[in-house]
Design a binder for this molecule. Structure first.
Ligand code: GLU
Length: 592
């Protein structure tokens, strides 16, 4: 958010007890901070300040991550909040272990495979029609994630960690250009619900840049949860309000009859909420040039897809390759691993299949198809995991995109690390604010495929009872010689996978520092005809890649909004946020 810039020049940020003097940061780049003793990187200066304050007061990385995420629920409400879900990866410095929390939304117990098929004509709903509805809302997992993290690894109560965010919601924060644009992009959807319109469309228009955005309902909700515990959300009054909103979407009157489609109710029930549980899957683990890369297990495809692509890339010495050849290998590795993801990865992928996809033998079977002189014809077919040798199976897959979500990276003085990606799916989620509660409900269930995408082969990502939709979120922690080296993650739908991978190879293979690796132009080949690229990537690398037979899809203004921390010798930290994307992020260290 652009607020970062104001903070670092003239403003003093005051969050009740938190005061961050501008002078303390004025001489430095707000997107990169180098120092010791703990660090926080997010997309937003207010949230980063909240996390840093928790660290300063002796909280650990988990405490700070939860407080930071709660603050992002206020200042980045269209990307994250207690109406959504996410994946939390934790490195415990004392034990040297990596653990995860799967706080992904789950579908209702009554969800069927054809939930997104219109009974009137048997065809899948238009995406927006499915999204802005009760149908798309899964049981939110974010609050349960915070509670599990705080109880298992934190040192503060969840209630106390919600207080700074409640203060931000009460006092408000300045609307910046990114916030305003996100509302403007959602004006039609938001305008259909009184509760959303009242909160985000004052005077029926997006809030002006520089005005103060408050959310007293959310402040009250956070305080209610702080006082009564998460039971009030999963088994109590807040949960009842969520279920009412889903089953009877609080649609405003439409006297002019101007809305494009009916707002359909969803099937989420109070027992779906009461039965919700986070999971604690082991992280995925893959080796890359002597490093160990930990990622997120299913239902995210982040860990398997980043890991498979790295294994394929490991077959080539990218350090010795030309830039064009390195990016050619990168694009081919992701096309191949996306084909496999689409065929094999969903909530119920067996451990055996995951193991196979992350094996070096599988990478050899896939990498053998890459020709250094010619791009493969896209889409490439998925590999046949029952076969040996270099033989692909005969069906292609579909391409997905997205732009929302948020990511945070935190470390503390003890060396613990949290890498956490959280989302409500599309920017603005389902468009429905729970009346009187101040938070948007997710549309995560539209991450399921609406119909099979794999021809005659089974599709691993079709809806089903209680099922969690496949994700691309890729919170990643890299270990070198038994010690943390890098922690990173990003939003961006399916482009998350390529963004995380590109930052990794930029840093590890292509000679860039972490800030350079983050800032570098991005391109994303997800087994579609063309590479989806930022204009600078297209301009710089288009001629070389086109000569090898690659094509480019329509350019996009930006891909992802990553955050990362690099761990250097003797406890040094390089905390990095985006310099430009999403209006620029905010990275800070405890001691410079
Ligand atoms: N729902 C997406 C996922 O889980 C993330 C959405 C986004 O980043 O745009 O992969």
């Amino acid at each position: 958010m652009r607020f970062t810039l104001a903070l670092t020049t003239t403003a003093t940020l005051t969050l009740g007890f938190i005061a961050v003097p501008a002078a303390a940061q004025a001489h430095t780049d707000p997107h990169t901070a180098t120092g010791y003793g703990g660090a926080v990187s997010t997309v937003d200066a207010t949230a980063t300040a909240v996390g840093l304050d928790v660290l300063r007061r002796g909280g650990n990385a988990v405490d700070a991550a939860v407080a930071t995420a709660a603050a992002l629920g206020v200042t980045e409400p269209f990307s994250a909040g207690i109406g959504g879900g996410g994946f939390f990866v934790y490195y415990d410095a004392k034990r040297g272990t990596v653990s995860t929390i799967d706080g992904r939304e789950s579908g209702p117990a009554t969800m069927t495979e054809n939930i997104f098929v219109d009974p009137a004509d048997g065809l899948p709903y238009d995406f927006q029609e499915a999204r802005v509805s009760g149908l798309s809302v899964g049981t939110p997992g974010t609050l349960a994630t915070w509670e599990a993290a705080a109880n298992k690894w934190g040192t503060r109560s969840l209630g106390s960690l919600l207080q700074p965010a409640a203060k931000v919601a009460d006092k408000g924060f300045p609307v910046d250009a990114t916030f305003r644009q996100q509302v403007a992009d959602n004006a039609a959807a938001f305008g259909q619900f009184d509760a959303t319109r009242e909160l985000y469309l004052p005077g029926d228009a997006p809030p002006a840049v520089g005005t103060t955005q408050r959310n007293p309902d959310l402040a009250d909700t956070y305080r209610l949860i702080a006082k009564r515990g998460t039971g009030v959300f999963y088994k109590g009054q807040v949960g009842a309000d969520i279920v009412r909103t889903v089953q009877h979407p609080p649609v405003s009157a439409d006297p002019a009859g101007t809305w494009a489609y009916p707002i359909r109710p969803g099937g989420l029930t109070r027992s779906d909420l009461a039965n919700y549980q986070v999971r604690f899957p082991a992280p995925t683990k893959s080796g890359y040039r002597g490093l160990t890369v930990y990622g997120m297990a299913t239902p995210s495809s982040g860990g398997t897809t980043v890991g498979e692509a790295l294994n394929i890339l490991e077959k080539t010495d990218l350090k010795k390759a030309t830039t064009t050849q390195a990016l050619h290998q990168y694009a081919e590795s992701t096309a191949l691993s996306f084909a496999d993801r689409n065929r094999y990865v969903g909530a119920y992928t067996s451990p055996g299949v995951v193991k196979k996809l992350l094996s070096d033998r599988w990478a050899t079977q896939r990498a053998c198809q890459i020709d250094p002189a010619h791009a493969l014809t896209k889409p490439v077919p998925p590999g046949d995991i029952t076969a040996a040798g270099c033989t692909p199976a005969p069906v292609g897959g579909k391409v997905e995109e997205g732009q929302s979500t948020t990511n945070l990276t935190v470390t503390d003085r003890w060396g613990n690390i949290v890498e956490y990606t959280l989302t409500i799916e599309q920017t603005g989620g389902s468009g429905m604010v729970v009346p009187g509660r101040g938070f948007l409900l997710n549309n995560e269930l539209t991450d399921f495929n609406f119909a099979g995408t794999q021809g005659t082969a089974p599709d691993p990502n079709l809806p089903g009872p209680n099922k969690r939709p496949r994700s691309s979120m890729s919170p990643t922690i890299v270990i070198k010689d038994g010690k943390p080296f890098l922690a990173l993650g990003s939003p961006g739908g399916a482009t998350i996978i390529t963004t995380v991978l590109q930052i990794l190879i930029n840093r590890i293979d292509l000679g860039m520092t972490l800030p350079q690796a983050m800032a570098a132009p991005r391109g994303s080949q997800r087994n579609s005809a063309g590479i989806q690229a930022e204009p600078a990537f297209h301009q710089l690398y288009g001629p070389g890649l086109t000569a090898l037979g690659h094509t480019f899809g329509p350019d996009v203004a930006e891909l992802g909004a990553a955050t990362a921390i690099e761990f250097t010798r003797h406890g040094g930290l390089i905390a990095t946020a985006e310099p430009v994307r999403r209006g620029g992020g905010s990275a800070a260290v405890l001691k410079r």
